[in-house]
Design a protein around this ligand. Sequence first.
Ligand SMILES: Cc1ncc(COP(=O)(O)O)c(C=O)c1O
Length: 429
Amino acid sequence: MIERRSAYAELSPSQRIIMTPGPVEVDPRVLRAMSYPILGQFDPEFTGLMNETMQLLRELFQTKNRWAYPVDGTSRSGIEAVLISLIEPGDRVFIPIYGRFGYLLQEIAERCGAEVVTVEKEWGTVFDPGELASCIVRERPAVVALVHGETSTGRLQPLEGIGAACREAGALLVVDAVATLGGVPVETDAWQLDAVIGGTQKCLSIPAGMAPITYNERVERKLLARKRVERGLRADGNERDRRGEASLPAGSPIRSNYLDISQLQDYWSPARLNHHTEMTSMLYALREGVRLALEEGLEARFARHRKHESVLVAGLAAMGLKLYGEPACKLPVVTCIEIPDGIDGEQVRAVLLRSFGIEIASSFGPLKGRIWRIGTMGYSCRQTNVLHLLGALEAALLYAGYKLPAGSAVRTALRMYDEMHDKAEEGLP
Ligand SMILES: Cc1ncc(COP(=O)(O)O)c(C=O)c1O
């Protein structure tokens, strides 16, 4: 008998304060939900939880859509699933780009064989919705894909009016709300968004690994048309269900199995046609995370995100730091700071992480080395985190030789929190 001993110590990750634009700290109640025993994927208790999750997601997405469920994979799996299921080779796809994640939409659409038309805005700004509406009516694309909250630049693209323009042009509007869902209003029905993709690891404070999506009957019609061309048995052994699809013009087959949302919706329908094996523990996490968001109340949750953002911004200003980007379109859950001249941004981040256990983010592409990005998202968006971060950042900057009025950031933040607390006690908004 050979005795085997593991060369590795028991897993024991460090406690961190995570103030990046995702992933952020996971709510302990979500972590607890993930530790429960698994159920079989066709156990009625489990399919009951799947149905409850769909209803919770409808409320979160502010929609009456029939379809609201997660794609198993990180947020981009949801984006890719929607785009690959909607875009037929040769389709014209219009993508307004104002940061890194617009390029992700472009890349995925190109891989789907689309004829992609883009317009670009300088990073740090967003599009005027009226300007986009005119482009859409002129270009008459089959699909418009747009990022709602651009984490690379910390900007929020207003969406009102764009859905109406898409309907006028006969286009489907797909929105990446990965960074905004659960932290900033995402009004799927009121804004006439045809398909929306959210993220778990940001404002919902659930680990990365699922992408909640919702889509309406305009999208479903296109899916069913593409399904009509399929023949015979599916890979899962089920007969293809073509009832009700005969009146639709046939489209080309969807070029993915895992990300084919016409098959995923069969799995999430009462028919429960088997597709993949559902991620039980992640579904528990999603159900609990979304339940917690709704229990807090969407309006209250959005207000909490704005409150801590306002204190953070005031504290940074008191330190003499300058924010990056156009203030009018600032994304409330991401704050971008210009790294002061002569300061090594990576060294400051390293001090924050190593000595204070606080993580903030660097940046991508043209902004690399120029800005830091701070997330105030979900469970990470709370008073103690903002105060710890302001104090630690001040210390790290002083240590790096930056001249600032010591103590003023935390003092400003404490005063603001006290005033907010007094107002709340008096019942004032
Ligand atoms: C706006 C936006 N879209 C898409 C993604 C991709 O998400 P994931 O890394 O979960 O695939 C991110 C991730 O940071 C994001 O911020």
